[in-house]
Design a protein around this ligand. Sequence first.
Ligand code: KG4
Ligand code: ZN
Length: 338
Amino acid sequence: MNILAFETSCDETAAAVVKDGREILSSVVTSQTSIHARYGGVVPEIAARSHIEVIAGLCERSLCDASVTLRDIDAVAVTVAPGLIGALLVGVNYAKALALSLKKPLIPVHHLRGHIAASYLEYKDLEPPFLAAAVSGGHTQLIAVRGYTDFEIIGTTRDDAAGEVFDKVARVLGLPYPGGVALSRLAEDGNPYAFSLPNCRVDGNGCDMSFSGVKTAAMNILNTASMRGEQISAADLAASFEHAVTEAITERVVLARNLTGLDTCVLCGGVAANKKLREKLLKSLGNQVIIPSVYLCGDNAAMIGAQGYYELREKKVARSDCNGYATFSVNQSFKCIM
Ligand code: KG4
Ligand code: ZN
């Protein structure tokens, strides 16, 4: 079963061909980073227009790289939520038109389910149930993956996502967009214990977390120093901030694992590329933690093709009124034919 998949939820346009949910035949990703960098963040309308310009070319390239033609495609999968609505609609409409013209099923895929499924492409024996820590620019959630299409949210950020605060603190540190990678590189030369920052705990569900406090605290340290004309080490602040965020996530993952009894934990999403977070989870969970290679952590379409395979197995085929949704919970289902 060959699935042609598309991802356009934010600032990456991606197309891929995935065989039987587990094998990448091709995966092409075009980043709009250089376009948005001058604005210091993603400009939604520019993102949508840029997707339109490149999606057809990427589709052709993904087929060519996979050495297949449209005749070899059994289904089309696309990210329909969550994300920037204008950006999502480009992928949804392109995939819808393609599926219609090929007379093949269109499979609607949730972006976070895709991030989780990225691990199936590298860990061929991995099967639910397991715990997933999905940490990206838009989400930070601990999810019990009970089955390939059965998800329960165990813990979530109450405010900002981890990737979002990495980007915001990086911005005030004067680092280029997208800031997560740059901040973590700067942190390599810093002392993670130089500044004491909030621990991201919240009342109630112990698996929930809050990142807005640590973000504000880091920004206040910088602002206060600049008002007083004092010099502080940007590397020390970056390292202390990264330490606070990665400690908080690791602590919640360990708690969620104990609460659910799910031993295997999959770390996924863009922030899963963070070296410190990878190291901490490996140290805490040993060989029971599964972390895909960095190229599979960021947004790509192969992960959408992987999850699409399992959605199709459960007959989750989109109706003709298939739409895009800016927000949508990972445990909900899209309107489907059956
Ligand atoms: O999953 P993703 O590519 O897009 C969303 O679904 O949001 O995640 C992007 C996020 C950005 O906030 C980016 O700064 C962050 O992942 N990120 C990192 C690192 N690499 C990417 N954050 C911290 N350390 C990194 N090495
Ligand atoms: Zn993502």
